[in-house]
Design a protein around this ligand. Structure first.
Ligand code: MLT
Length: 266
């Protein structure tokens, strides 16, 4: 049953394994397949829920010109309801998935058992970056995804991954290219308006693991260390030989970190 219906839209979701629920939320402009190594390793002991966000992968776009991070968070709650999951989940998000974690936690605190924040940021966009996103969103709708892919995809991987695993780079390019133009543009608009949540970090009251690729240039280790310092009791793990897509680039170390965190029982 890979599809559920939310507000008359088809949403693709992988639902594998049994045990405590673990929700894996992909980054931009990718889909659930970026979690492939986590799905296989974690579903042995956990119920792993891995959706394509609306407008990405095989999930339909919401017909909305802007998808705020709150909209995505509320959609994920509707997804959990469709799957009859009432128990709090471990919310694991990468980059945009992490931006969605902030409103998910704020609006649906009772649904969160723990957080895993991968290669993500608490800061808002600067006005210049926000303007560039809006410009790009218009361009994507009118002209397609090529310029976004050319400028963004090389930044997702470490130099080592680009050199040694060019097929991974090409594969992500193919996946990103299949996304709905409107869906990608709507997410860009939503990200451009997300607030700075730095001041909220000290009030996070769930166990939190932060993971960052040592060569991440989008959400660099220095920034994630600062986030970890503000989140009470959190654990920070830096992933060698990885850039922004650490779970895909160095899955062995990422999976060890996640499994150790989950096994600690919080
Ligand atoms: C992502 O990986 O989700 C993106 O880097 C998020 C962003 O564009 O800020």
């Amino acid at each position: 049953m890979p599809y559920v219906t939310i507000q008359n839209r088809q949403v693709y979701v992988e639902d594998q394994g049994s045990g405590p629920p673990l929700l894996l939320v992909h980054g931009f402009p990718l889909d659930h397949t970026m979690w492939r190594y986590q799905i296989s390793a974690l579903s042995a002991s956990y119920r792993v829920i891995v959706p394509d966000l609306p407008g990405f992968g095989q999930s339909q776009w919401c017909e909305s010109k802007k998808m705020s991070m709150e909209n995505f968070a509320n959609d994920l709650v509707a997804l959990l309801e469709q799957l009859s999951i009432s128990q709090p989940v471990v919310f694991c998000g990468l980059s945009m998935g992490g931006y969605i974690a902030w409103p998910f936690l704020q609006l649906h605190r009772d649904r969160v058992a723990a957080l895993i924040l991968c290669d993500t940021r608490a800061l808002a966009d600067t006005p210049k970056i926000a303007r560039a996103r809006l410009f790009m969103a218009t361009h994507i709708v009118e002209q397609g995804l090529e310029v976004l892919l050319e400028t963004m995809l090389p930044k997702l991987f470490s130099e080592k991954t680009r050199q040694e695993r060019p097929q991974l780079f090409e594969e992500m390019q193919l996946i990103a290219r299949k996304n709905s133009r409107n869906g990608v543009a709507a997410a860009q608009c939503g990200m451009s308006e997300r607030p700075d949540v730095t001041e909220r970090l000290p009030s996070i009251d769930v166990p939190t693991l932060l993971i960052c690729g040592e060569h991440d240039v989008i959400s660099p280790p220095s920034e994630m260390v600062e986030m970890a310092e503000r989140i009470p009791g959190s654990l920070y793990v830096e992933i060698p030989d990885a850039g922004h897509l650490a779970p895909l680039e160095n899955p062995v170390v990422v999976n060890q970190a996640i499994l150790r965190f989950l096994a600690s029982g919080f």
